[in-house]
Design a protein around this ligand. Sequence first.
Ligand code: SAM
Length: 291
Amino acid sequence: MKLTDIGTIKDVMERHGLAFQKKYGQNFLISESVPQKTAQAALDNCGSGARTRAALEIGPGIGTLTCELCRRFDRVCAVEIDSSLLPALGETLTEFDNFEIINSDVLKVKLDNLVSEKFGDADVAVCANLPYYITTPILMYLLESGVRFTNITVMVQREVADRLCAKAGSAEYGAITASIAYRGKVEKLFGVPAGCFYPAPKVDSAVVRITLYDEPAVKAANEALLFDVIKAAFAQRRKTLVNALSAGLPNVNKELVTRVLTDCNIDEKIRGEKLDIGSFARISDGIFNAM
Ligand code: SAM
């Protein structure tokens, strides 16, 4: 069955009484090469092959990317919110015995339990064509889950991809850029035009891969504080860093921030978007030691 064929998609959906659920961001892939390249990119950075390799997919839809994952990984587990898709997946993935589906909102799944239960000590990659209405919450949920994924290879809106890969000081650089830079190396792998989906969305997309560090490249003494510092710095973009941090962090006043910035050799008039993750870590450590 060729799942990237519009005729096949319509046929599967009709036979199973399905309609595209806009509220779940259902735009299915109709390009043959995009799911192949996406699954391969996830596999390429998922361990050496000495251990079992497993993929966690979010939102399999009717299984287009899932098939490519099942062909490459030893085990695949997919989390799908829309229960009406499950009978269709039973049909489209019938040739694979290394696949399991969980019917849930991914944001409600305890990821550490799921990964240890389904994959044991395998090397695990996340691979998905993400529903665009909750891209950032899903990425943050994955990164804050504490699970040691090898990489997160995902399709996102092109603007989000640019934001994730942005350099400090550029207009696209934001709290999510700095937070992700702490956890791993981000690469934009390739662009995907809107015409590669059915129905076609209004925006173009891109596949990005976040290859997670075993240990962060810069280590903050208190990670929770680091993320609070990053959020506070970007919460009020028009304020200088001293004002933004003293307004956004409890028990931190202007004097303390000014002292920490001086110690770190950072201009107190600077704005958050100019700071790379190394600078954020130094500021966070300075505040942590002074409190
Ligand atoms: N993987 C398929 C493909 O590439 O053709 C479908 C991708 S479609 C953009 C997004 C998928 O995510 C849909 O199947 C949708 O039902 C599912 N989804 C949306 N919100 C979800 C959530 N909170 N948890 C799990 N799956 C979700």
